[in-house]
Design a protein around this ligand. Sequence first.
Ligand code: URA
Length: 428
Amino acid sequence: MLTANLLAKKRDGNALRDDEIRFLIEGFCDGRVADYQMSAFAMAVCVNGMSERETATLTRAMLQSGDLLPREVSGQTPRVDKHSTGGLGDKVSLILAPLLAACDVHVPMVSGRGLGLTGGTLDKLEAIPGFRTDLSEQASAAVLRQVGAFIISASERIAPADRRLYALRDVTGTVESIPLITSSILSKKLAANLDALVMDVKVGGAAFMKTLDDARALARSIENVGRAAGLPTRVLISDMDQPLGKAIGNAIEVNEAVAILESQPSDPALQGVRELTVRLCASLLTRVGVATDLDDATQRLGRALDDGSAMERFQAMVAAQGGRWTGELDVAPGRAVQAEQDGYVRHLDCQRIGSTLVSLGGGRRKLGDSIDPAVGIRMQVRIGDRVERGQPVLELHCHASRQNEYLEGLRKAVEITEDPVPPRPLFP
Ligand code: URA
């Protein structure tokens, strides 16, 4: 087979056969297919798409480029996980993993780092002093046995083809492709040897998928390809036109997640985080038969949150992964940004809010950039809220000497209008 012929076939909008897709991925891993050829392949897929059969084959080929996590450690206990397509303030994994562990399932979560606007669960956890995400296979199996959940980074051996392809996609404008996103996510999740997966597909200004139609198309693709690969997969679509919860940043998000684990939130923004987390968990518990139906699952999850058992699992997971939990993480000093006029919040500019956080060092521009865990932003308003001139709309947390630089930009991120605006539903 000639790589150039396969690239031309995809360029011209034709479907590749299974053996042709396997040839490309195997060749990419052993050096017969060069990075520039793989970049051309990614662009051809981005422009012309792939059928579900092609996407499933690509997913399996990327999975087979690496190893599977051992299943034996879980015995008869169901293994489940959640993945989100990412967005601002998404701290759901920090709550979900210990909450599910408290409901008698195992959560072997292999997670990612933040890049660009999207925060990463690993960066958030590493805001906890001592917390280690680079556990060996034996060490992570021991944590799973003892606690029921771990959250670690992917080793070099988890879907290495995806790791390399993603690095190329990131710099060649080929991230936003439904078949490539589907195969990238599922190849890594299949490697965890799960019994069920739930996906949180985000839609809105701060998400990969900007429209509901695109989010639904990605949801269908992930569900169908997951099922075809033998992994029961359900998808929820949730709003990302405004940050999830109030906190955006690393330490500040851990504190918010812990607040939700510790007590029933009275703040509607935090209630939204709890509701989304519980819905994702409930879908998994029913799928693996630990709960009889969604009502049963929701009640059970509510009890685990309210009686402190989910929080106990969180503390046990942190300790087992080397972290020292002292009750609350330090966050840089805060400075309020005030509303410029009376009115209603019409729009929150997530791009501006996210890039401010990156500029402050709370996120990365490129792989390998270091993170300042203490910087963050706390939203004080949501879309549809009534505000009065001078009222704090958000709080910027960073070193006092840098605050003035960002205040005006952040003020502009909160658009206020005179006419009432309906609140945005969390589930569009
Ligand atoms: N997350 C992934 O792991 N891969 C993608 O392609 C997009 C989001």
